[in-house]
Design a protein around this ligand. Structure first.
Ligand SMILES: *Cc1c(COP(=O)(O)O)cnc(C)c1O
Length: 228
């Protein structure tokens, strides 16, 4: 299947799931995950109408930004504090804020540049050792602390649930993040905007949308399988 055909199929599936969730498909933001994908193929996706690309390695992403124009870039992978300086100002959204030290550094470097950095708080809904993210029970207090960082704007939540063969098995984890999202929104904190609920990847984005996701991160479903 070509990238063009893949995108058409993914969009159809997004629309189906949006309908189940009672949403307009236009409300669902599709992030094309382009890690390991070379610029020529990203260009194909751009020509097919996609505008926003997700990367999880800083160096790789910055290299692509130099050769590709007019795209929005999201950082979706774990971010090391020592890479923050390179990242600030280069990504429209960072999906993986999960610790105070990282918040401090993002805030400090954003201030240096005189900009606001938009972030999502990553939550480890499955409480897995191997994954980044704050524990669900700590998320509310963490976000409350983030309110004091004037150069950061919390725009929502992100998660990567545990892996299951059957995507339906991830449903309770997606529901859990949506509940947390609503709980944060209900605080009415003026510094925090609960706009994006980033959850769902190639195998399970339909389930995620049904449970409230309005931002999905799809890699293999668009570009095919990645080299190991
Ligand atoms: C790689 C990656 C994705 C995309 O995964 P696919 O299964 O290829 O769709 C989504 N989110 C994150 C954080 C990733 O690292």
């Amino acid at each position: 299947m070509s990238i063009l055909e893949n995108i058409a199929r993914v969009k159809t599936e997004i629309a189906e799931a949006a309908k189940v969730a009672g949403k307009d498909p236009e409300e669902i933001q599709l992030i094309a995950v382009s890690k390991t994908v070379e610029p020529a193929r990203i260009l194909e996706a751009q020509e097919a109408g996609l505008t926003t690309f997700g990367e999880n390695r800083v160096q790789e992403a910055l290299g692509k930004q130099e050769v590709l124009e007019d795209l929005n870039w999201h950082l979706i992978g774990q971010l090391q504090t020592n890479k923050v300086r390179q990242v600030v100002g280069k990504f429209q959204l960072i999906h993986s804020l999960d610790r105070l030290r990282l918040a401090k550094e993002l805030d400090r470097r954003s201030k240096e540049q005189g900009i606001t950095t938009e972030v999502l708080v990553q939550v480890n809904v499955g409480e897995e050792e191997s994954k980044g993210g704050v524990a669900p029970e700590d998320a509310l207090a963490f976000i409350e602390e983030l309110r004091s960082f004037k150069q950061l704007k919390v725009m929502g939540l992100m998660t990567i649930p545990p892996f299951f063969e059957d995507p339906q098995a991830a449903r309770p984890y997606f529901a859990k993040l949506r509940e947390l999202f609503q709980k944060v929104a209900a605080q009415g904190w003026p510094e925090v905007e609960m706009k994006w609920l980033s959850m769902g990847m190639s195998a399970d984005f339909q389930v995620a949308i049904e449970e409230g996701a309005n931002m999905v991160r799809v890699g293999t479903g668009i570009f095919g399988s990645r080299p190991r």
